[in-house]
Ligand binder design. Structure first.
Ligand SMILES: [Zn+2]
Length: 147
């Protein structure tokens, strides 16, 4: 299937009040991993997402406003085989690790939400500095400097 012969196919209807909400719902499709496509649409009548779950995956998901509601369309329905480990090229934590961090770091006696939020913030800061937050984990869970 080439770029020019590929056609958008109706996939599903979406119950939403506006395009933003429809896109939010669309992002739960599949593995729930989507990024803005190279041509992301106009953000008013339609938005286009690209699969971010597989390496170089061509699968596109379009959220489009029609006169009778919002609809999802897909193009290039064949996902590539290789699963993407990292959200971004320069990301040092994988999806799995991020999920584990979110679940695991919050097991202590601290008021959960606050501690988790601070830990995730810390994690992102480390990641931006190019450090692997998982290597900074102290014994008993949590990151250094997060109490
Ligand atoms: Zn894919």
């Amino acid at each position: 299937m080439t770029e020019t012969s590929a056609k958008w196919q109706v996939y599903d209807g979406v119950q939403a009040n506006d395009l933003k909400e429809a896109v939010k719902i669309a992002k739960r499709e599949g593995d729930g991993r989507w990024k803005w496509a190279a041509s992301p649409g106009n953000g008013k009548s339609y938005s286009v997402l690209q699969c971010n779950a597989h390496v170089d995956c061509p699968v596109l998901l379009m959220v489009k406003k029609e006169h009778n509601g919002f609809f999802l369309f897909t193009k290039h329905q064949e996902h590539t085989v290789e699963k993407k480990q990292y959200k971004r090229k320069n990301s040092c934590i994988t999806y799995d690790e991020e999920a584990a961090l979110k679940l695991g770091l919050d097991g202590g006696t601290k008021p959960g939400g606050v501690h988790l939020a601070r830990t995730l913030k810390e994690m992102r800061e480390l990641e931006e500095k190019g450090e692997n937050p998982l290597l900074r984990k102290k014994e008993g869970g949590g990151l250094e400097g997060v109490y």
